[in-house]
Design a protein around this ligand. Structure first.
Ligand SMILES: Cc1cc2nc3c(=O)[nH]c(=O)nc-3n(C[C@H](O)[C@H](O)[C@H](O)COP(=O)(O)OP(=O)(O)OC[C@H]3O[C@@H](n4cnc5c(N)ncnc54)[C@H](O)[C@@H]3O)c2cc1C
Length: 473
């Protein structure tokens, strides 16, 4: 194995694979180190993945009206892979119920239910076809750095890797190293604290998610009508149910990590207990921690980029991050390709990735605003949330925006409507006002993200960010 590559990627998640694929397609020499076996990549279930992100990476996503209309159609394949990656189910429209089921809103759910194991295999295939080298069962242990310890001075020059079969450790050098190791952010968090981007995610920044795909008893389905829906915000998080096909149903919940309430598994079991058509036969499923936190203020350093969960490119309202990771991978690759064309890999040369993520794509700015919104609204009692549903303050439009990862800045008519409908609840009104004011301030602040790398301007921008985020705590 050569010990020097142009690009080294830690982790073969969706973000790392797209990053590697695009760089190899541009003629760069890329290696991905992944600690698992290839077969273990992805989740043993299907996730709701953003249609727009799948399309952006070049996947031909079935049109909304070809899935889940009338009789369920078969899983759709994609052009370059005959095996299907999408479930029969898709959600063009979705019911979102209040936590107490008192009322519901119709939202547009811009996701498609995607088999994560099949997607992972497709992405590895595409990257390999482009010329990427994959090294499985190789654990990335630490970054190798040069220069000083501040963001201005540091440069990542490679990684230390352990072969999990032989336990041998080697050092691999690279011009650019990418951290796509998921929320553990193995490389980012091992950088010196002085860089300001090494902060590990806190417990508050996670939801605990559990999902189970169960067989349904055909004899009982007619008498046990279940419509696909979300229940949100419920028990500091959300609960969902979706019919995958005639025989299988997916039930899940995501609840604030360590919340002092029943866990997601218990929430799911309680739902199942009320529905006699859902049997005890588990088809697939699992769960774990899901990131709903905020990004480090820079996703780049000298010779270094951060992609996917490692940089919290997840929608804070739902924890959906496969789409954000793939978009992140694409944008990071774009910046590295431009920098490489100029023979550069320093922080200034890689800075356009920050700009594209936080401003150009709008994702960073939206996610930052939603993080503050989530943080404040999550503390409201469930009864207040149900009240906001009934009064249509949590409207279909508002829920459509936030569940799809977009922050909706309050307009004057919206503010007036909220004020009139919540007049009897001044305390609640104050909390709502705080959440939307802070969300708007953060959104605008992120739109003013420094256009170029300038340590002084960036530090000033970071201080304002800290001040704004602290108000949400
Ligand atoms: C229960 C659950 C449900 C979810 N549901 C959804 C959903 O419905 N929709 C959605 O969009 N997202 C969902 N997510 C989130 C989504 O899975 C992640 O946001 C997404 O996978 C992040 O992609 P990534 O590229 O950051 O890499 P990840 O998918 O996090 O992959 C990281 C890779 O790095 C490897 N790795 C880690 N450490 C090392 C190391 N030291 N050395 C080498 N390799 C390493 C891992 O083995 C893994 O393959 C869910 C997450 C969970 C836990």
């Amino acid at each position: 194995m050569p010990d020097k590559y142009q690009i080294v990627v830690a982790g073969a998640g969706p973000g790392g694979c797209i990053f590697a694929r695009d760089l190899a397609r541009a003629g760069l020499d890329v290696v991905v180190f992944e600690k698992e076996n290839r077969d273990a990549l992805g989740h043993n279930w299907s996730d709701a993945v953003e249609r727009i992100a799948l399309q952006a990476i070049g996947i031909d996503v079935p049109a909304e009206d070809t899935v889940n209309r009338g009789p369920l159609v078969k899983k759709a394949g994609v052009a370059d892979r005959p095996a299907a990656i999408f479930e029969e189910h898709a959600y063009p429209d979705m019911e979102v119920w209040a936590p107490d089921y008192c009322c519901k809103k119709e939202i547009q759910f811009r996701y498609i239910t995607t088999d994560r194991r099949a997607l992972a295999q497709l992405l590895v295939d595409q990257a390999m076809a482009a010329g990427v080298t994959f090294r499985f069962r190789q654990e990335v242990i630490a970054p190798v750095t040069a220069g000083g310890s501040s963001l201005s001075e540091i440069s990542v020059t490679g990684i230390e890797v352990r072969d999990l079969e032989t336990q041998r450790t080697t050092t691999v050098s690279a011009s650019v190293t990418a951290d796509d190791t998921g929320f553990a952010s193995v490389l980012r968090t091992a950088l010196p604290v002085e860089t300001g981007i090494a902060r590990p995610f806190t417990e508050d920044e996670f939801a605990l998610v559990h999902r189970t795909v169960r067989k349904r008893d055909p004899a009982k389905i007619a008498g046990d009508r279940i419509t696909d829906h979300y229940r949100y915000p419920y028990r500091t998080g959300y609960q969902w149910v979706q019919t995958l096909n005639e025989e299988e149903i997916d039930i899940g919940a995501g609840i604030k990590f360590n919340a002092d309430t029943q866990g997601p598994q218990e929430t799911v079991e309680r739902f199942i207990a009320r529905h006699p058509s859902i049997t005890g036969t588990v088809v697939r499923g699992g769960g774990g921690r899901c990131l709903v936190g905020r990004s480090p203020y820079s996703l780049v350093a000298g010779g270094f980029v951060i992609i996917g969960d490692a940089g919290s490119q997840t929608i804070p309202m739902t924890g959906c991050g496969a789409g954000g990771a793939m978009i992140g991978g694409k944008l990071a690759a774009k910046a590295v390709i431009s920098a490489a064309a100029e023979g550069k890999t320093d922080i200034a040369a890689l800075w356009p990735y920050n700009l594209d993520w936080f401003v150009g794509s709008g994702r960073g700015a939206n996610y930052a605003a939603l993080t503050a919104l989530r943080s404040i609204l999550q503390k409201l009692p469930e009864e207040s949330n149900a009240f906001l549903f009934k009064k249509d303050v949590f409207s279909g439009e508002m829920l459509t925006q936030s569940i799809n990862g977009l922050f909706q800045a309050p307009t004057l008519p919206l503010m007036l409507k909220t004020f009139v409908r919540c007049l009897t609840r001044p305390g609640l009104l104050m909390q709502l006002n705080k959440a939307t004011t802070l969300g708007t301030a953060l959104y605008k602040h992120y739109q003013r993200y420094p256009a170029n790398w300038n340590p002084d301007i960036f530090q000033q921008w970071c201080r304002t960010s800290d001040r704004l985020f602290s108000k949400a705590e």
